[in-house]
Structures are given as C-alpha cells and as structure tokens.
Design a protein around this ligand. Structure first.
Ligand code: PSU
Ligand code: MN
Length: 304
C-alpha cells in the first residue's frame, strides 16, 4: 500500500464517517486560468461544505498522493507553472519518481476509490474527440468510468467532443449515463442537446440508491451523472460553435496531440469568449458540487 496524505479536514471526516466529495485538480491547473482557478477551487470546496459534505481535492505533490489539500497547497498548485497532468497511465510514475501533478477525472477516480470515497464532482469529463475516427483521441476518463466504482457528477460533455460517439462508447463500456432532472444529455455550456440520455433520475437519493445497487451487484465501474448547467448561465450553441471550430483548426495546424489537446482547446475557447466561457464553467461546477454533496449525504444516510 502507498501512503495517503490526508488534509486535516478529510482525515477528521473519515474518522467521523462524514460524507466526502472528491474534486479533481487538472481543472485548476489546466482547465482555468490563474488567478480565477484558485478562487473557484476554494469556492467549490465551500459549496460542498455548505451542502453538508467535506471536499477532498486530489493531487500528487512531491511523490505523495494527497486526498484533500490544505489552503496553502491549493494556492501553490494553482500558481505553479508546468504542473504535470496525471491520468491513469501517469499516476504510478508520478508517485514513484517523486513528481508533482494534477489529477484528471480518471486519476481522481483512482485516488478517490483508493481512499474509500465514492462520489466526485467536476465540470466536464474527457470523451471522444471530434475527428477521433482518424486521430483515435478517446479520453482515458471513459475507460475509468467502466472500471472504477465512483459516481462522477459532470455537466455532460463539451462540444470540443463528439457527443454522439462519446455516448456510444459509454454504452459499449457499460457505464450508466444518468441525466439529472431532464431527458436530454446536457452539453456542458447548454442544458440541452439533440441526444437523449440513456437514463434519467430526479433526486440525489435515487442516484445514491443506484450507486449502492451497483456496489451490491459487484459491478465494476462507476456512474456518470450528467447535471445540466443552470438555465441562466448557459451560452447559446450558435455563439460557441464557430469558436470551437477555430480552436480545433488551430490545434490541427499546430499539430497538438495527446494530453495537450484538451488544455489547448480550453485555453483557446477561454481567450476567444473573453472569459465568458469561464463564468459559465464556474456556475456549472458549483452546481455539480452541490448535487454531489447531496449524493454523498444520501449514500451515508442509506448506509445507516
Ligand atoms: N473537460 C473540461 N474541463 C476540464 C477537463 C475536461 O471541460 O478541465 C480536464 C479534466 O481533468 C478531464 C481531462 O479529466 O481534461 C481530460 O483530458 P483528456 O481529454 O486528455 O483525457
Ligand atoms: Mn486525449
């Protein structure tokens, strides 16, 4: 076993059996610009506390797996330049070599499961990229959902991804995709999309029961909860479509590949919407944090 470095708050929550919600750190280092990244990370942690659960932001710092970050550690990570982006493939190497890295959805699920945490809130998951039929660019997040038993709350998938192909791969992998409170699979900036979600649930309690039932059946893998962005914070698809297309064209021109693709696209979209994408992003992450806290609480109550 490797040692986990718990934050004081998460340590106490574990000892007291309180509900805990995992948070990723790639969204901080590669998904949002400084200094808003630090403010948002702290705000999302507070949203989870206000909703009656305890936040556990994951990262690897100097070779130690951290489950929950102290305030100064969160600040340092958000300010640091050139932090590694850790997915399933990189996790062990980062720890064994004494490295520092931020965890993606896949790596956060691994860390959460290792620490006994079953619920995780983020913004958007990685998925099947547009043009994947030639690039083969499919996020390791999808395979992680198929094998690690953590319920992940996200706002659907960004239009930088091919939503139809992402849903097909999730179906193939046997991952339950559950829209919260609506029939459509939400599309990150927009609550609506042309795609129906395979499953729909309307309460945290129902989602927690489905999670516990998968556990009881001994099924590997987690659930993807697709929680729509609040109506007031949406950005019209027409507005974003040309920006995403141009970001994608730039990525091709500059031959961006591998794990650099998603951060590159997110950065270009942020620049070209003059920060509007970030405002929407913040609103949906906070919304997901609140739902995840409700699910974690329901799981704890159902276990009593
Ligand atoms: N999508 C977003 N924001 C993000 C990410 C994805 O809207 O911050 C991050 C997450 O950490 C996700 C990772 O797990 O990018 C996926 O990267 P890739 O596509 O390289 O698997
Ligand atoms: Mn990729």
């Amino acid at each position: 076993m490797i040692d986990i470095q718990y934050s004081a708050e998460v340590r106490a929550a574990k000892d007291a059996g309180k509900p805990i919600v995992a948070l990723e750190s790639t969204i901080i280092t590669h998904g949002m610009p400084y200094p808003q990244n630090i403010e948002v990370a702290a705000q999302v942690e507070q949203d989870i506390r206000d909703a009656g659960a305890v936040p556990a932001t994951m990262a690897v710092i100097k070779g130690k797996l951290h489950v929950g970050l102290e305030a100064d550690q969160l600040q340092d990570l958000g300010k640091a330049q050139g932090v590694a982006k850790i997915s399933r493939a990189d996790m062990a190497a980062c720890i064994s070599s004494g490295g520092t890295g931020a965890t993606t959805v896949a790596a956060t699920m691994i860390a959460a499961h290792y620490a006994g945490i079953e619920v995780f809130a983020t913004g958007g998951i990685g998925g099947v990229h547009q043009g994947a039929e030639t690039s083969f660019d499919i996020s390791a997040d999808l395979h992680e959902l198929a094998q690690t038993p953590v319920t992940v709350v996200a706002a659907g998938a960004k239009a930088i991804l091919d939503l139809a192909k992402t849903l097909e791969v999730l179906e193939t992998l046997g991952v339950p995709v559950i829209a919260h409170g609506q029939n459509e699979f939400p599309a990150f900036w927009s609550s609506k999309s042309p795609y129906a979600a395979p499953l729909r649930m309307d309460s945290a309690d129902e989602i927690a029961r489905a999670h516990a039932t998968r556990r009881a059946l001994g099924l590997p893998g987690g659930q993807l909860i697709a929680n729509p962005i609040p109506a007031a914070d949406q950005i019209p698809t027409e507005e974003l479509a040309p920006i995403i297309a141009s970001a994608q064209a730039d990525a091709d021109t500059h031959r961006i590949t591998g794990k650099a693709v998603t951060p590159y696209l997110l950065q270009r979209i942020f620049e070209q919407t003059e920060g509007r994408s970030l405002v929407a992003n913040i609103a949906l992450v906070r919304n997901n944090a609140r739902l995840a806290a409700g699910i974690a609480r329901a799981l704890a109550e159902q276990a009593e």
